[in-house]
Design a protein around this ligand. Structure first.
Ligand SMILES: [Cu+2]
Length: 436
């Protein structure tokens, strides 16, 4: 007996990628029958260490390991939702199986539980696929990576930094880059550099580059980092100039990022726990001098000399996106922890009356606006599409970035998750009731 299954709202096999948030799915009988058919949905890895999915009969209910559905004889669709099982992400494309029993022989549909992971814990395959796609975006300094660099420079104080829109703007920026990576290789996610822990595997010639250590008070412009000859990043270049200038004020093989704490500077790198403790409302969490944008964000940047230590040049360094993925992860963790996902609540986002900072504002450069106060050009065009969700659209608004797991509005789901930030509807509701 034949069936059809839609995942992420489409029969297209290119859309068979799920994160931890539930993805809308449907199943139906494809051939003519005279009776309804009961089926059981379950999941198992397609190979050792592969991903596992869980099921939701409705999206505000807890997940289940399996789901029983009755498929009508007339072939009409039956809706359900699936998401990755927390702690069981994929390591390879299609290494997870959606299993359908009850139709005679077992039917399996391969898919991937695709989430952003700690760069230091990637398998060799995950690392190499990421580097291959990342290298292609820059393609010896001639790829679309140029647009990302230019956007970050020009957006600097107008939209990207020094205000409440810092987190939303960079969330859209990272998503745009990740989707470009996924156009090259759909199995790739953007990894994050967890800078409050040592990341010895990251600062190697086979990953983001061997990085020389300099004294904390060094005022040099950074040394060229070392890449292996077969590392795709060996061809990394900026405006025709090859290489990446970066030295570290800390031992990259044994220590977390140092920040700079030599007087008069006081930029320590807050730990994850300290970052969550910045405050339980957005205005505290993003406080201008003591919030996440300064500590740990600016602190992580100035843990180095070279390009990454300075906003106008930071995105020249491929480490930039891994550092910022960790900032976005810390925001995601904070949002989960305090249940700050409704954009309409001031606790979740505190707007400022300036273009690009109010909830309903579109963001430069994706909106193409080139009149003041926006810069006079807009590199890169629209935000890249995804096969798994239509959000946030080609011209994202500030408010589109807040509920990225689609808790309040399922269609707001941006299609990504972090390996250590769960999707938990029921527990989150309890958290809300008990916290105030
Ligand atoms: Cu930054």
């Amino acid at each position: 007996m034949a069936i059809e299954i839609e995942i992420n709202g489409t029969l297209n096999a290119n859309a068979r990628y799920v994160a931890y948030a539930p993805s809308p799915s449907r199943i139906r009988l494809a051939g003519a029958t005279t009776e309804n058919v009961k089926v059981q949905l379950s999941s198992r890895p397609a190979q050792p260490g592969g991903g596992v999915v869980v099921f939701y009969s409705s999206r505000n209910q807890p997940s289940k390991q399996s789901l029983e559905l009755t498929l009508p004889a007339d072939g009409s669709w039956v809706a359900f939702e699936i998401g990755g099982k927390f702690g069981f992400p994929s390591v390879n494309d299609k290494d997870s199986l959606l299993v359908v029993n009850g139709l005679g022989n077992e039917i399996t549909i391969p898919l991937m539980v695709r989430v952003r992971k700690n760069a230091n814990n990637l398998t060799q395959g995950e690392r190499d696929r990421f580097l291959e796609a990342y290298g292609q975006l820059n393609n010896a300094g001639t790829g679309i990576y140029q647009d990302f660099r230019d956007s970050h420079v020009q957006a600097s104080d107008l939209e990207a930094h020094k205000g409440p829109q810092f987190l939303p703007w960079h969330r859209a920026f990272l998503l745009d880059l990740e989707r470009e990576l996924q156009i090259v290789d759909p199995s790739v996610s953007l990894p994050y550099w967890r800078f409050d822990e040592p990341a010895p595997k990251v600062f190697q010639a086979d990953f983001i580059g061997q990085t020389r250590q300099v004294p904390e008070d060094d005022d040099g412009t950074g040394d060229l980092v070392v890449f292996n000859i077969d590392n795709p990043l060996v061809a990394w270049a900026t405006d025709g100039v090859p290489g990446v200038l970066r030295s570290a004020r800390f031992d990259t093989l044994t220590s977390p990022a140092s920040g700079v704490t030599i007087p008069p500077f006081n930029f320590p790198v807050l730990t994850e726990a300290q970052t969550l403790a910045l405050g339980d409302v957005y205005a505290e969490f993003t406080h201008k001098t003591e919030g996440i944008e300064t500590l740990p964000h600016a602190s992580a940047h100035v843990s180095f000399t070279g390009s990454i230590s300075y906003v106008p040049t930071a995105a020249k360094d491929p480490l930039f996106f891994l550092l910022h993925a960790n900032i976005d992860r810390l925001w995601a963790l904070w949002q989960w922890f305090y249940k700050r996902i409704n954009p309409q609540e001031l606790e979740s986002y505190t707007p400022e009356d300036r273009d690009g900072r109010r909830l309903a504002d579109t963001m430069w450069p994706w909106n193409g606006v080139v009149t003041p106060p926006r810069p006079n050009f807009a590199p890169g065009g629209w935000l890249a599409d995804s096969t798994v969700t239509s959000s946030p659209g080609k011209t994202p608004k500030v408010e589109d970035t807040i509920d990225f797991q689609g808790y309040e509005t399922s269609t707001a789901r941006l299609g990504y998750s972090y390996d250590n930030v769960p999707y938990e509807f029921s527990k989150r509701n309890k958290l809300k009731n008990s916290s105030k």
